[in-house]
Design a protein around this ligand. Structure first.
Ligand code: N7H
Length: 487
């Protein structure tokens, strides 16, 4: 393998490092029919693939247009923006006879094989996701009509619907952000997509030490292989040259049972510390924030534990006190999935960081569902999160976060040595799976730090998913579209 040249952002697919501009998104899961015609059609697709460099320009363009509209006291114009990315499963690589060892066992086995160990009940998965899937095309746009146009163009490139189609559709999922002031908030109502790692040489973020490029991109510095807990160096790993600057995509189709979640918060509402002042949260709002680790606005409870402060929505200036869960429970979702100071001296969190690129799906809760405190059985009313995240190593990133952190009641470790001891923090209340379904420390009162809260209902249901590899744009052209032979 020749010496690696510096990272070129026009070579990397956009969703990995920048995020495609999205208010609407289609995930098109496909199976390849004919290798040769697929390669030809892919060759025609490559010029339409959005790179990180293009997505950055697009974001600058949106920001500039908003600024000048504001200066001139008018509404910003609607700019037509869309983006396209593609990723392949191991079965897709096999079908294309791309057989060099990519070096990720989790990817190679696929998510169906991993489902049980992630805590999923395969009986709840939609049948399509148990079928053979070779890849996924991600199409995004700021406008539904623009999405439709771009998506049609892509289908045409693969001759979908015609005798000579090179792919068949296995599943199609449509994501859209929520309306009005809920834009940017997931269906439980919380501001989402706030805490993302900065990547060395790509971007900087206040209060964030950037992670090595190789935490997200294969073959770059820091892509060291599977790291056992507490070891950030790992045994080292060799990637084929076509895998360099690609990234693994973990996709999860997660249904959210919103009325059930809200009813649980109401039924277990906390006592808000007295005296109660105007602007204080309700007991249900306080409990919601304690489960997530942020208020609905996004403000971290580690900074503002007892009341929301929307001006802190984007703050990353918190690390948690490893000796206390008074400000934020050890098992709160954002603490479980990025435990910060809890892992100081235990290997840190760098190799576990992921870049999340999810989008919501489904309509708002109806009055009837709210009244009955129960999600409708009408499939058209299903809602949730199309969770997507990128990392260079699935066993270090998504899989580790889900299995070893969210689903592991004893994580973060060592809390049983505290005074008073916290025997087991419990599972992540949002995505954790395990028995008993409970956590401790939801009440901010330190005397109650080991009091258990049982989750009586299920509010996130995994309905499918997959592991994919998102290659660099040069690799798409010279390896995936052109045919066998090392780059
Ligand atoms: Fe989570 N939620 O609304 O409660 N997530 N998440 N997530 N999540 C985060 O910082 C949510 C899921 C991570 O660095 C926020 O963006 C919901 C999976 C990580 O502070 C909120 C679902 C996995 C972070 C939610 C869901 C993760 C994070 C705070 C499913 C990986 C960053 C806002 C329906 C296995 C943590 C923000 C940090 C944050 C919610 C899924 C991981 C509000 C509803 C499957 C790493």
């Amino acid at each position: 393998m020749s010496k690696l040249s510096p990272l070129d952002l026009s070579h990397v697919q956009a969703d990995i490092l920048e995020g495609l501009a999205k208010k609407n998104q289609t995930f098109f899961f496909f199976r390849i029919q004919h290798q040769q015609s697929f390669r030809q059609h892919l060759d025609a697709l490559v010029p339409h693939i959005t790179s990180v460099a293009e997505a950055k320009d697009c974001h600058t363009c949106i920001a500039d247009s908003k600024t000048s509209a504001k200066k001139e006291g008018r509404e910003p114009p609607m700019l037509e923006m869309s983006g396209v990315n593609i990723a392949f499963s191991q079965k897709g690589l096999d079908f294309l006879d791309i057989s060099e060892e990519i070096g990720d066992d989790v990817f190679k086995k696929g998510m169906v094989a991993d489902a049980e160990s992630l805590g999923d009940d395969l009986a709840k998965w939609d049948e399509e996701f148990k079928e053979e899937i070779h890849g996924v095309i991600l199409v995004t746009a700021n406008e539904k009509t623009v999405l439709g146009k771009t998506f049609e163009k892509i289908l045409k490139l693969f001759h979908v619907g015609h005798k000579n189609a090179s792919v068949v559709e296995v599943a199609r999922l449509i994501g859209k952000t929520r309306p009005g002031k809920e834009d940017g908030h997931e269906h439980f109502g919380f501001n989402d997509g706030l805490s993302q790692p900065a990547v060395k040489g790509v971007n900087t973020l206040p209060s964030e030490t950037p992670v090595a490029q190789g935490v997200i991109l294969l073959g770059r510095e820091g892509d060291n292989g599977v790291a056992p807990a507490g070891d950030t160096t790992g045994p080292g790993i060799t990637r084929p040259s076509w895998a360099i600057d690609g990234s693994f995509l973990a996709f999860r189709y997660l249904q959210q049972l919103v009325p059930e979640f809200d009813a649980f918060l109401e039924a277990n509402a906390l006592d808000v510390p007295k005296p109660i002042l105007p602007g204080d949260p309700s007991g249900a709002e306080l409990l919601g924030a304690r489960l997530v680790g942020r208020w609905k606005s996004g403000a971290p409870i580690d900074i503002t534990p007892l009341r929301d402060d929307p001006s802190l929505a984007h703050s990353q200036d918190f690390r948690f006190d490893p000796n206390s869960q008074v400000r934020c429970p050890f098992a709160a979702h954002v603490r479980k999935t990025n435990p910060r100071a809890d892992l100081d001296g235990l290997g840190g969190t760098e190799v576990r960081r992921i870049l999340r690129r999810g989008i919501q799906f489904g309509p708002e809760v109806t009055d009837e569902e709210r009244r009955h405190k129960k999600s409708s059985t009408d499939k058209r009313l299903e809602r949730g999160l199309l969770f997507a995240c990128y990392q260079s190593n699935l066993a270090n990133g998504f899989q580790f976060i889900q299995k070893s952190w969210a689903n592991t009641a004893g994580f973060p470790p060592g809390k049983d040595k505290l005074t008073p001891p916290v025997a087991t923090p419990g599972i992540d209340p949002i995505i954790g799976v395990g028995t008993p379904r409970q956590m401790v420390g939801t009440d901010p009162d330190p005397k109650l730090s080991d009091q258990e809260l049982d989750f009586t209902a299920e509010w996130v249901v995994s309905r499918g998913g997959g592991y994919f590899f998102s290659p660099s744009i040069p690799a798409l052209k010279s390896k995936f579209a052109a045919g066998p032979g090392e780059l």
